[in-house]
Design a protein around this ligand. Structure first.
Ligand SMILES: CC(C)(COP(=O)(O)OP(=O)(O)OC[C@H]1O[C@@H](n2cnc3c(N)ncnc32)[C@H](O)[C@@H]1OP(=O)(O)O)[C@@H](O)C(=O)NCCC(=O)NCCS
Length: 166
């Protein structure tokens, strides 16, 4: 299994793995829109025997904490081919995304997902609560990468525009 950055020619297999993993092709189209908007800052795939069996995306968010702009990323979608789920591939993709974001000095990652899954990587519903968002709720989670930041009481976080066009 090879974990690597997206390269030219991966667009169709990335669409296919997202369309297969989710109920509709909305997430697959989202990835295409993020790419054409120039917002797909991190797009990683898992390749096995020439086939793409997993994918993860990060895109920049427009975010402020206590009125100060912060460097925040939205994580997602994450997709693993249905016949290859529950083998740890998704976890390796999430860990790779976090590692990259930390190395690039991003301060915060936000996502929408099941806390039962994402809490194992340090994502917290509590840490996302200060951020006003149309997606706020029990699935809205945050992970602070910059441990020197004092956690804010208020803020807002908006996903890249493609999310609003879904
Ligand atoms: C969610 C997903 C990316 C996880 O990847 P994966 O390779 O299957 O998961 P892993 O093998 O790394 O992790 C398995 C663990 O995650 C849990 N898990 C997997 N999907 C979950 C979900 N949707 N909700 C809660 N827990 C989930 C499993 O129960 C298992 O838990 P355990 O370790 O306590 O036994 C993958 O299952 C997938 O593509 N699902 C469909 C698309 C989707 O829902 N994407 C996430 C939304 S952004």
């Amino acid at each position: 299994m090879l974990f690597r950055a997206e390269k030219s020619g991966d667009e169709k297999p990335i669409f296919a793995v997202n369309a297969a993993a989710f109920k509709t092709d909305a997430e697959a189209r989202l990835v295409d829109m993020l790419r054409s908007d120039g917002d797909l800052v991190f797009s990683h795939v898992v390749e096995e025997n020439g086939a793409i069996i997993g994918h993860i995306a990060l895109s920049p968010m427009d975010a402020v904490a206590e009125d100060q702009p912060i460097k925040a990323l939205g994580l997602g979608p994450v997709a693993v081919a249905p016949n290859r789920q529950l083998e740890g591939i998704g976890s390796q993709l999430v860990e790779a995304a976090i590692k990259w974001a930390r190395a690039q000095n991003w301060q915060l990652i936000i996502l929408l997902g099941n806390p039962r899954y994402y809490s194992r990587f340090g994502f917290s519903v509590e840490d996302a609560k200060p951020f006003a968002s149309p997606f706020a709720g029990p699935y809205f989670q945050a992970l602070w990468l910059d441990e020197t930041v004092q956690k804010p009481q208020s803020g807002r976080a908006e996903y890249a525009p493609a999310f609003g066009r879904l």
